[in-house]
Write a new protein. Structure first.
Length: 395
């Protein structure tokens, strides 16, 4: 299965393709970037072709295929040793410094960390390879230690980076998004969201019962809102406003259970549904947040967000129905704008369609310097709302 990686697609390398390239033949449909193959590429191709021993099982290896021109710029893959996945990758030299390795590694890590059988991901590089080390660090991996190794027949010092992958680990936004995108779910504001179309409230009840049963004893992460035309699903860790590998695994189980009923989880981003999945928050401007927060907590009947109980932290509806409320610190009064505005968090692949629809309805774009994290839109009288996504928020 291919993996989307931003400007790249990670495409599995077939044995026939590997053999053809080793024989000096260009397989149909395969375009090679300048500088291909590298020495690492040849070793990967030999492994795929069966001429070199390699790890049993695992993910890949994959070609890194540049979307702009379809050219192969490198390879990436992960071998499995028990519950540990070891990642290896390379980019051909003419394509260095363009961020391809960072995008490919981030996408592969998201897939690995969504695998409940994987507890740890590791990668190695030469101690002096600063660029490769920065790629691992940008992907969230941390230095674990060093070891003596052999590279091209010579002794060398290798640095080992790792990323724990326990079931309770909070996934980064990109990890969560890429782990469920092919399942008909979307990551929106710390939750996984999807809808299931149904024909009646009776069917919605029957479908929901099957989905809950598919979660087994882990259904505490699931929230289902039943309507006469749809079942609206949300997955979030009950320990906090976050998504962990456990929720990703549940999304897969729920989608599989839905498929057995002849249904498909759908985020509604193609314009066919009345609207896409989304999460709405209310943002309140305040000069003294600790002073105003108790008022809003009491008047709304809200409670603290799980794991966040500070005097400036958000408030949530304990019934899970109303929008969350968060407080935006003001340094001085701003009478020229509304003091309360809505944040509409939508799937990353829905934001631009929603913005265009808003502009066509008479709105105007007030601020986009921090897009795609958020855009500020205003109605004809200046009242503002924000369209937000998960993108642009992780380092």
């Amino acid at each position: 299965m291919e993996i989307d990686a931003g400007r790249l697609v990670l495409r599995p390398i077939g044995q026939d393709v590997a053999r053809a390239l080793l024989d000096g033949r260009a397989p149909e449909g395969v375009v090679l970037a300048d500088g291909y193959p590298s020495q690492f590429s040849l070793e990967v191709l030999e492994m795929v072709a069966g001429a070199r021993p390699g790890p049993g099982g695992g993910y890949g290896p994959y070609f890194m295929v540049r979307k702009a021109d379809g050219a192969v710029v490198g390879e990436i893959g992960a071998g499995l040793d028990g519950a540990t996945a070891q990642v290896g990758y390379t980019v051909v030299e003419p394509s260095w410094g363009q961020g391809y390795a960072t995008e490919a590694l981030g996408a592969l890590l998201a897939r690995l960390l969504a695998d409940p059988e994987i507890e740890r991901v590791v990668a190695e590089t030469l101690a002096g390879h600063g660029a490769s080390r920065r790629v691992m660090e940008k992907a969230g991996m941390r230095l674990h230690g060093t070891r003596a190794g052999e590279v091209d027949g010579e002794q060398a010092e290798l640095v080992v980076y790792e990323l724990p992958a326990g079931p309770g680990r909070t996934l980064r936004r990109r990890e969560a998004s890429e782990a469920v995108g092919d399942l008909g779910w979307r990551y929106v504001l710390g939750e996984l969201r999807a809808d299931l179309p149904v024909g009646s409230l009776t069917e919605a009840t029957e479908v929901a019962a099957v989905l809950v049963a598919s979660c087994g004893d882990e259904h505490g992460s699931l929230r289902a809102d039943l309507r006469r035309d749809r079942v609206m699903l949300s997955l979030q860790s009950p320990a906090g406003a976050a998504v962990t590998p456990r929720e990703v695994a549940l999304a897969g189980r729920i989608s599989e259970a839905a498929a057995e009923l002849g249904l498909a989880t759908d985020p509604g981003v193609d314009g066919r549904a009345p609207r896409s999945v989304q999460v709405i928050e209310v943002a309140i401007d305040a000069l003294d947040i600790p002073a105003v927060r108790p008022f809003w907590k009491a008047v709304l009947g809200y409670t603290d967000e799980p794991g966040r109980t500070g005097p400036e932290d958000p408030l949530v509806d304990p019934a899970g129905q109303g929008p969350a409320v968060w407080f935006q610190q003001m340094d001085a009064p701003r009478p020229q704008r509304n003091r309360i505005h809505l944040d509409i968090s939508v799937p990353h692949d829905e934001a631009r369609r929603r913005i265009q629809a808003t502009l066509a309805a008479g709105g105007r774009l007030a601020y986009d310097a921090e897009a795609p994290a958020f855009w500020v839109l205003a109605d004809p009288e200046g009242n503002e709302a924000c369209i937000t996504t998960w993108e642009g928020r992780d380092p």
